[in-house]
Design a protein around this ligand. Structure first.
Ligand code: EPU
Length: 342
């Protein structure tokens, strides 16, 4: 195993930010990870998967470890499910495509999400009406201090909206090694969300399949979200904020076109993209399509901040701060960042 020094991280983060890590190493199994923990001692450590949910604002004066644990394995099946284990370092979309090619259902709505398998439970990824927790069975994670592997059930992970125990109580303590999924032999289609049905109609799909749903999701995502290999970004920069029904009613009266969805516990999830689109810097009415230097707000989805090439992490962060302040000032709603800032 090789430890490299002063390594540029540009290719390891989808925002394409140019910072350096003092020490950099990849690991392919728990033994290599255990060895690295010995080397690092008490130094700062950042574990990277696909680098699709991070914003680096400065050089890393410690270690960056890249999770390269690979492999997809069918563990068994019962009447309804196939149980499949995937290494945390597998590319998420490649795993989704593999499942679809084997006719294993459940992942199709989560097509084309950037990043790796290990990040999926970390933040309970979700899109188009489906969340990771619905296909999750268990995971194995390495406890950095104890140097032991622990198994987590769905209950242990305490999944919430873009949340899990690994982002909260256990933050920084574990490295996810592999994830076990329960995938359906018979698909249950989720086509009610957003423009999926409309896209399927446009595609002239008469008999529904997981392949068709996946393609519809790919088409919608590609039309709205910037391709990180072309324009640096980390998907939604903020979470959709939750407000009370009363606050929503007040906002709706003042701004009839505001977008919100009532959830099971009586709160309303506001579309942060709408809030950002309908607020702006002093010199413009909307943030949508705003650009200052190489940092900007995506023109087709205001929830996504972009690096047009050469922006620093601080420039992107400052823009996010301005967006946050203007949404707060106009709507009295506090946005929370979804992206991890280092
Ligand atoms: N909207 C606007 N203006 C915008 C963007 C959105 O008015 O600039 C409105 C849309 O018209 C729509 C609503 O907001 O009525 C929701 O928009 P969209 O369907 O694009 O989804 P989102 O709520 O903005 C969330 C996830 C995405 C996920 C999509 C689809 C979060 C933080 N983001 O975005 O996830 O792909 O739903 O399910 O929950 C990510 O997490 O990185 C991500 C891309």
């Amino acid at each position: 195993m090789q430890i490299q020094e002063n390594i540029p991280l540009r290719q390891y983060n989808t925002f394409g930010i140019e910072v350096c890590a003092k020490y950099f190493a990849g690991f392919s199994d728990a033994d290599e990870l255990a060895w690295l923990t010995e080397q690092a001692g008490r130094d700062e450590v950042i574990v990277l998967g696909g680098g699709s949910n991070v914003l680096f604002t400065q050089n890393i004066n410690g270690w960056v470890w890249k999770n390269n644990i690979m492999g997809i394995e069918e563990l068994g099946e019962d009447h309804s499910f196939v149980y499949v284990k995937a290494g945390a370092g597998e590319n998420w979309h490649r795993f989704v495509q593999y499942a679809i090619s084997r006719n294993w259902a459940g992942l199709e709505n989560l097509s084309l999400i950037p990043g790796n398998v290990g990040a999926a439970p970390m933040q309970n990824i979700g899109a188009y009406g489906v969340e990771l927790k619905e296909v999750f069975n268990s995971l194995e994670a390495f406890h950095l201090r104890e140097k032991k592997i622990h198994t987590f059930t769905a209950g242990d992970c305490n999944f919430g909206y873009r949340e899990s125990v690994f982002k909260k109580e256990l933050k920084g303590q574990y490295v996810i090694l592999n994830v076990n999924f329960c995938l359906r032999k018979q698909p249950v289609f989720h086509t009610a969300y957003g423009a999926i049905q409309q896209e399927l109609d446009k595609m002239n799909i008469n008999s529904l399949s997981i392949h068709a749903v996946s393609q519809a999701v790919i088409n919608i995502r590609s039309s709205k979200l910037p391709d990180p290999s072309v324009t640096g970004n980390a998907g939604s920069f903020f979470k959709n904020p939750l407000v009370s029904k009363e606050q929503y009613a007040g906002l709706k009266e003042k701004y009839p076109s505001i977008v919100g969805y009532e959830n099971a516990d009586g709160m309303v999830k506001l579309a942060a993209g709408w809030l950002i689109e309908h607020s702006g810097p002093a010199e413009a009415v909307s943030w949508k399509g705003y650009r200052k230097g190489a940092a900007g707000v995506h023109a087709k989805q205001a929830l996504v901040l972009v690096n047009y090439g050469g922006a620093t992490g601080s420039e992107i962060y400052d823009l996010s701060e301005q967006v946050l302040e203007s949404v707060q000032a106009k709507f009295g709603v506090t946005l929370e960042r979804e992206v991890n800032i280092y």
